[in-house]
Design a protein around this ligand. Structure first.
Ligand SMILES: Cc1cc2nc3c(=O)[nH]c(=O)nc-3n(C[C@H](O)[C@H](O)[C@H](O)COP(=O)(O)OP(=O)(O)OC[C@H]3O[C@@H](n4cnc5c(N)ncnc54)[C@H](O)[C@@H]3O)c2cc1C
Length: 410
């Protein structure tokens, strides 16, 4: 044991939800835990997630829930089985943060933010004896000890067991910058390339469209790509598109763009209306009305949607005003949008890729580095928004903490 007492010691690196969960389990198992974090305060991304209401998990049946991770690795599935959405809700409840199920099935704390939950959790960790070392940037190992860079020098510490919970690479200003990839690759750990997940995309909008509609939402639409359709909302950005529906279709779209350099996405503006109904509503003569006014009245479309139709007509060398009602009706529910790139990972909601499950054992220990465990978004899984991200981070944090506690006490 590294400490002066016989109590085993654990270093948890990264104070996001995964790391704090690992720390909690280790501490409850009688291990002396120190959490190292490079930022001046903990869980900055978790707090940011709270600004959107903090979608903690989802209430759908566990089988359907697990399908959101594609084909989850057996270890991820076992971790979520062992710390399920119901367990997560009970855990939040015990911290005085009752949760509720929203109309979409998503689960939120009643407070609709992360700070009360985080405050209560930190108080409990503190009372259990967990130590926090902030502004310590993990740089790797030297002679079997952990090396941290501090604003003034270096801190080299031994630990009986280590849990890495360093997050992905999105929003690096909040702390998770993916710098761990180089450290682990140096030591021979196989890492799947980090890619943006739940991310935006680039579209070469015309200057007219961009300047007029940047920042405007397209509501109640459906996006179609490669045989999949998702309903929701998209936001026009100066560089392209982002928003809930875009994130939901982002994984297959991203992979095709990385492979082929571009892809065509289809936007349906009135997904609940059949083309024949739309055509019927366009049958009345337009008279002296502008095409925009005519479409606004006939189809109840907002200016941004009409702008998008104009943009698509222009791209195909046509003029919307010269198109037949039949052609417009077809276009309304199948607007092709050429997507030219994936928005940078720094602005993505989450990260795909990471430590491959093949290099972890069933207890989340790196098989090539006995005594080092890993959890959270730095592992190679991905999921849509809807509470699946935090659920997997909490569950793998707990599983890694449990594995680390068993290992250090073996
Ligand atoms: C805008 C936004 C909204 C979101 N909303 C939701 C939501 O509502 N629901 C949901 O399920 N998910 C949401 N997420 C995703 C969720 O916040 C993340 O999946 C989750 O925080 C990842 O947890 P983690 O513990 O694995 O990593 P992180 O929370 O990223 O924590 C990793 C920690 O490690 C530290 N660290 C990194 N490198 C080092 C180093 N070298 N040395 C020391 N410390 C280091 C970082 O500073 C950071 O504090 C959202 C994300 C964003 C960006």
């Amino acid at each position: 044991m590294t400490g002066s007492t016989s109590q085993p010691t654990a270093a948890v690196i990264g104070a996001g939800p995964a790391g704090l969960m690992a720390a909690e389990f280790l501490c409850n198992a009688g291990v002396r835990v120190t959490v190292y974090e490079q930022m001046p305060s903990v869980s900055r991304k978790f707090l940011l997630a709270g600004r959107g209401g903090l979608n903690l998990t989802h209430s759908e049946p566990l089988e359907a829930f697990l399908e959101r991770y594609g084909v989850p690795s057996p270890a991820l599935k076992a971790a979520i089985d062992a710390f399920s959405p119901a367990d997560l809700r009970n855990w939040a409840d015990a911290l005085g943060q009752e949760t509720f199920v929203g109309s979409s099935g998503r689960v939120f704390p009643r407070a609709m933010k992360a700070s009360p939950l985080l405050r209560a959790w930190l108080r409990r960790l503190d009372a259990s004896g967990v130590t926090f070392c902030l502004r310590e940037r993990w740089q790797g190992w030297r002679d079997g000890k952990l090396v941290f860079g501090l604003p003034a020098g270096e801190h080299v510490v031994p630990a009986d067991v280590t849990v890495l919970a360093l997050g992905g690479a999105s929003w690096p200003n909040l702390g998770s910058d993916g710098s761990w990839v180089e450290i682990l690759e140096r030591d021979g750990v196989p890492i799947e390339r980090l890619k943006p997940a739940n991310c935006g995309f680039h579209v070469n909008w015309s200057e007219t469209f961009r300047s007029r509609f940047e920042g405007q939402p397209l509501k109640g639409i459906a996006l179609g790509f490669d045989g999949r359709t998702v309903r929701g909302e998209a936001l026009i950005t100066s560089a392209g598109l982002e928003g809930g529906a875009v994130y939901a279709i982002s994984a297959p779209l991203r992979d095709v763009i990385i492979k082929d350099g571009g892809a065509t996405l289809y936007i349906s503006l009135r997904p609940d209306s059949r083309a024949a109904d739309l055509q019927g509503r366009l049958a009345n003569p337009r008279g002296k009305q502008s095409i925009s006014n005519f479409l606004r009245k006939a189809l109840n479309l907002p200016p941004v949607a009409i702008g998008l139709l104009q943009e698509a007509a222009l791209a195909s060398g046509a003029s919307l005003a010269a198109m037949t009602p039949h052609a417009i009706a077809q276009l309304v529910n199948r607007i092709p949008v050429r997507v030219t790139g994936v928005a940078p990972i720094t602005r993505a909601i989450s990260t795909a890729g990471g430590i491959s499950f093949g290099s972890l054992d069933e207890n989340f220990m790196l098989t090539g580095m006995p005594g080092t465990f890993a959890a959270g978004e730095m592992l190679d899984w991905e999921a849509p928004t809807g509470g699946y991200l935090l659920q997997a981070c909490f569950a793998t944090g707990k599983a890694a903490g449990k594995g680390a506690a068993a290992w250090v006490k073996r």
